[in-house]
Ligand binder design. Sequence first.
Ligand code: HEC
Length: 134
Amino acid sequence: MKIFTKSICALIATTTLMFGHGDAAPQKVDTKGLPEIGIEVVTNPFSGNEKAIEIGKTAFNQNCARCHGLGAKSGGIAPDLRLLTDGDDTYFLGMVRSGAVRNGNVFMPPFPEDIIPNSALWAIYSWLETLPED
Ligand code: HEC
């Protein structure tokens, strides 16, 4: 019984750590239909690719919209990603992989490759490229 109680406590502690700030759990993106993209690729290989744009939209809604807004229209909490411009590819890659953490405060969590594979990251960027700025 004691062991049982202990594991329940551990489970609660872990769950609280993971969801304690009301953060939705990141969701692994399904990239079926897209080729794998290596880490050495630092500019968007999928611009205008319809399959990528479709996957990117879903991936964005699953992982980014809660802060950056539906349709990437920011409600003011996080930057408006429709405003990223040509040539922001490498910056985008860096932001998604590193997130924004300052003085221990997580403004944006980092997204590792097992959640957002490189192909999904570029799919999101491809979708963002299709959005008008207003
Ligand atoms: C928990 C909220 C949150 C989530 C989830 C989130 N972001 Fe962010 N993001 C932010 C905040 C806040 C900033 C501004 C960071 C700063 O102040 O340095 C930011 C900044 C960025 C920037 C830099 C924008 C600029 O104009 O400089 C990019 C690019 C970005 N996020 C992409 C994404 C993508 C793509 C996702 C989903 C995979 C995502 N973010 C998920 C909160 C979030």
